[in-house]
Every structure is written in structure tokens, then in C-alpha cells.
Write a protein that binds this ligand. Sequence first.
Ligand code: ADE
Ligand code: ZN
Length: 337
Amino acid sequence: NIEEDLLPFLPKCEHHIHIEGALTPELLFTLAKKNNITLPTDDKAFTSPATLTERYRHFASLDDFLHYYYIGMSVLITAADFEALATSYFSRAARDTVRHADVFFDPQAHLSRGVDYPTLLAGLSAAQSHAKQTLNLTSELVCCFLRHLPAQASLATFHLPALQASFASGAVRAIGLDSSEAGFPPHLFADLYADARALGLNLTAHAGEEAPPEYIRSALDDLHVSRIDHGRRLPEDPELLARVAAQGTLLTLCPISNVFLRGVGSVSELPVREFLDAGVKFSINSDDPAYFGGNYIGENYAAVQRAFALSVGEWEGVCRAAIEGSWCGEGRKGEMR
Ligand code: ADE
Ligand code: ZN
């Protein structure tokens, strides 16, 4: 039985987890109280962790989710808050046998609230060290930029001395692009990605989550990313599908996220068979697990198995692609192989 006897024990690498999306309703309320943050009073969902959990079961779209996601993260103020958040994610991921995680964070969403970058980075970095020492779980940070804001804002943020220092020290070795997708095509961020590429940073971008395959093509051609986050709509362009397969670009799929945000009606509607048949590399990830029914990476693996009945050999391929596509060093990959 693959679901029970293999998947829970596979060494996993997670490549698509927004750390702010690991903020559980319980921790959200705890931190709101501690930091004297007033949650919206005109939305009954913010009555209790239970009512918020219930509201999270009925997102209408990516943007409906993002509304709650940006309110939720307003409770994160101190370095200790970010450390508690990341530590809760790493502990939970370790239970799903995650060995390495490339973790997204959204600095612009914190800077705009008056939380400075050294504060949030100190908290995240402390949690990373702790996870490495106590859980043998390594991680890298992926600094994401918000595409619903002007491209000029992301460029200015990227060039802040604090961010540049984190790239120079190696504390942050990658950038990404997230938030509302449709209407904000990748090419708008070409200057940002050119500057990140000049620093030797790893590059990824959300594309093809809600928007069509042209966004995936733009991320590849205009931003020169080595990964595509989601890429769910890639098979709508067979020529691009063949190209992604041939060049070995990794898609970071988030099956349960796509169901919660109504991209598909069920996991079985995702093009997992098409990807396997075409030889497209992909990893399976949780995205914002605290907002999507508390379904972490293990549950995403299980959902894919229930929908597509992969063979042991196919799982070995998925597992290997995830290890090889991780942004840990060669030494760490060797330990996971
Ligand atoms: N930010 C957090 N989760 C996201 C998602 N699934 N898509 C785009 N931006 C996000
Ligand atoms: Zn995402």
C-alpha cells in the first residue's frame, strides 16, 4: 500500500511554502492578543479560531484567500513572532519527513506595516538554525516580491541595504514573485530579475496558477527563472509543455491549494498524468497549509496518490526531482539521495 507504507517515509523536499501561510488561526489569535492587534470587527470570521477556520473552507478565488492572508500576517511583529511561526512550520514538516525546505517570505507585506527586515530575518534565521540542529531539516529562504504592487516598488525594496546585505551574506539566496496573478504578468518584473540574476540568486516565480500559459512563457523568457511555482495550466500550451519537459524546469505543484482556491474542482482534475507522460519534472507542496484545511505536504502527496495511483517507480522519480531541484548544496543533496 503506497499511501500508507511508502509516502509517509519518503525523504521530502518542499519548494512551495509561504511561511506566512503556515500561520494557524490559533497562533494568529494568540499573537494578536500578545501584540494588541485589533482584528477586523466588521467580519464575523474574526470572532475566534474556529470561525476563521470555517471561513477558510470557502475561499472563492486566489484574491479572496489573499485578503485573509494579508490580514492574518498583520499579527507578526517581533523577531520572536517570526521565529515561532517558522518553528511551528518546521516541526510540522518534519513529521511529514521533510528533509529540506525552500521557504518563501513576503518582505514588502511586513515593511509596509513598519516591521523592519532585520527583525523578520532574525526570527526566520533563528528558526532555520534550530530546525537544522534539532530536526535535521535544512532550509533556504526565498525572498518574494508582490506583483500586485508596482514593479518599481519591488525594485526599490530589492535594493534596500538590508536586503542587499542578506543576499551578500547568503542568508537569502533566491527570489520569487507572488500575490494576485492575473493582470500582473511576469515581464513587468524583468528589471528586478535581471538585478537578482546579476547577484547569482536563484530565481522562481508563480505562473500558471490562475493565469494562462503565456505567464509561464514570460517567466521563462523574460525573468529567466529555473523553476515555475504552480504551472498548473502549462498543458494548455502543448508546445510550451514540450519545451519545459526538454529543458527540465521544475514545477512546484500545490494540489490541495488549487482545490481550495477553485482552480480545479478536485485534485483528480490536475494534469499530473500529462506531466508524468510528457516527462515534466514537478514537486508536490503545501503552499499555505494553515489556510487550506491544515493540509501539509504529506496530505498533498496522499491526495495525489488517491487521484492518480502513481507506481513506486513514479514516486521515486518525483522524489528524485524534488531533491535535485532543491536549492540546498550538493553535499546536502548527497545526504538525501
Ligand atoms: N501568496 C501566498 N500564497 C500564494 C499563492 N498561492 N499564489 C500567489 N501568491 C501567494
Ligand atoms: Zn504560492
